[in-house]
Ligand binder design. Sequence first.
Ligand SMILES: Cc1cc2nc3c(=O)[nH]c(=O)nc-3n(C[C@H](O)[C@H](O)[C@H](O)COP(=O)(O)O)c2cc1C
Length: 735
Amino acid sequence: RKNGSPPAESHSAPFSVWGWLAGNVSKNENERARGVEAEARAKLAMEQRSARRMKQTSRGQRVLKEALEFCPHDYSDTHGEGTRRVLVLYGTEYGFSKEVARKIAETLAERVADCAPRVLSTAFFNVLEPARENVIVMACSTTGDGVVPNDARDLHEAMSAGVEEEVIAMPSEAAEKMADDTQSAAPRCDKHQANPLFKGMSEQNKFAVIALGDRAYAHYCRGGLVFERLFRAHTSSSPLVSTGMINQEDWSAIDAWIDSLVCALDKEPVLRQGDDDDYLLSSVLELDSSSTAKTSVSKSAFANDNPAELAVNYTRSRPYIAAVAERRMLTKVLEHGDKETVHIEFDLGNSGLDYRCGDAVGVLPANCPDIVTDLLVELAANSHDTIQMRNGEEMSVQEALTFHFDLKNLKPDLLLFIRTRVNSTQRALLDDLLDGADPHGKSEKVLSYLHEREIGDVLADFSSANLQLGDLVPYLKPLLPRYYSISSAPRAALDHSAAIPTQLPARLAATVAVLKYETLGRQRKGVATTFLADRVQVGGKVPIFVSRNMDFRLPASPSVPVIMIGPGTGVAPFRAFLQERLGPAPLAPQGKSVFGAYGSENGASESSSATIQASNWLFFGCRHEARDFLYADELLAYERSGGLRLVTAFSRDQADRKVYVQDRLKEHGLALWKEIDTGRAHVYVCGDAGKMAADVHTALLDIFKQHGEMSQVGAEMYMAGLEKEHRYQRDVWAS
Ligand SMILES: Cc1cc2nc3c(=O)[nH]c(=O)nc-3n(C[C@H](O)[C@H](O)[C@H](O)COP(=O)(O)O)c2cc1C
């Protein structure tokens, strides 16, 4: 700092020694004080660093220990000669792959001789020494638009070093074909360039992959398939068994794949490890005995973690309990069937919870008290009774049913269990229902029966079973977090925006379409959406955390044009994008109606080209301008200010035909083509992964064909090029 000027921040720092001294002491004293201040600052920084390190290390230790607790084996028996070291790694976004990994480990421990399976999250891959594992089994899901889950990203990056790029970016169909063929050639991996962690891997290190996904998505099981190819590259060999590709939660297919793995391992010669120590076990044992925060984990497991991130890294198991700061309805319900969508804002207080535009918020919901009460009555249970959870923890029945169990999405094997408890009349009914079902009780008939029912309905149908809650626990799924695209820009982004007059409070907003429907003559409610829209009050608390979405990011330069396509709640991340680029919407003074107040005369609004200076283009669609035009006032205000080019498609506002965003895209085909090809625009799509995303994709290809004069293949290659340059990004979900 020149001229001894005080550090800029001391003016605003509430307890700054400097700020206090400056107004009260002479020049000499000032200088001495500055020295004291500098010393105090250095000491504080050191203390903070050491506190962060403690937090970082103890968090790492706890998680590693938690992860390894899934090991069904007694380690002490498994170090002898002939024991196979099997590591089951999982990469998960929503927890299903972890469940599958656990089942794999349990089965292998039970059915394969000389096998010591352990389970570990991919998030902790850097404690691994992959070359010292006899077998690595990987269970990995796919998220976003065909990418690996967040917790597997670092592993993906580390394994990708030195591997030819085409292998990593291989299209799904080719990858699927390869996955089916255990003999196809291994992709090339340059061992000199490889990450040191994987350098020692060879064909001695066997591997197998099970990819969890959903056929509704364009890139089916791509996350697992990418890892399969990376393992092929590093070991220069093929998987032990064909890669499993699992659609949704198909446990029969999972069991069949595990069976094939058991057979393959039975046939494999038992290899003895050169060393008897299990390095992973040693790490955990060391953790057990370490009372201080020494970095005992081999290879400094958490060296890559960014301490700043760790300090504010709330997760689904350690969420931030946020207060609801604001909630408002974004739609008007005029008749039965109209959509209900709410805007909800969480106060982030001093949490330090950090997010970026494009990220999603994970919400841990609570079940509706009516369902819980009905179930307590059905089970003749007292809410204060206690119950033992799967992890051994005891809690009240009320708490377990409210926060921990999914009471709506039921597993088919629940019916198989109930069948063992009912009287003969009800057993005959169940036999009929289960006729033709697989060993897990799954069939089309069973799924459609369960689809219409919640747990209380099933228990009422088979009341003679006389069940206790404890009986049901193994058959109930855990209540999972729900994810919503964040519809606000973080304060940090807004602070940098020229348009912000004052600092805004740290908040996080979500846009939630409320799910209400009827089955069997009863009103049903979506768990999380009605929790957020109806049950939690302003000021009430909600556990939240952030789910990163690295594949949905604004270009670094604010001058790069963006084309945003987001019908319905798909507009959520684009509201955040607009806030980041333009500042909060320049709303008109209070008193204007939210709906249609600024719309153009013919109902569909579009800015006149004379006023457009913006490189922000938004295609929004909904049913009716007057009912579900989300954030109409804000979007139209941006448009009026010249910051946004807005194109709307109100599908049901014209009697003769329905108009969707893809139709509007085609109407603006030439201008879009110029913006993409000449302007180097980035294109974003958010919303329904099924019909909307596919139709928009086709519309874009048609535009490339027509205005770029390309063939179908040429247009597809052009699109692939955009994707590779991250200029075509999608945040889509299957409804
Ligand atoms: C937002 C979202 C995006 C998804 N994207 C894909 C995808 O691109 N391809 C796919 O096969 N499955 C996709 N899925 C389905 C998941 O992979 C599937 O539900 C899996 O069982 C989840 O496992 P996990 O809980 O371990 O993450 C997606 C699911 C969600 C919620």
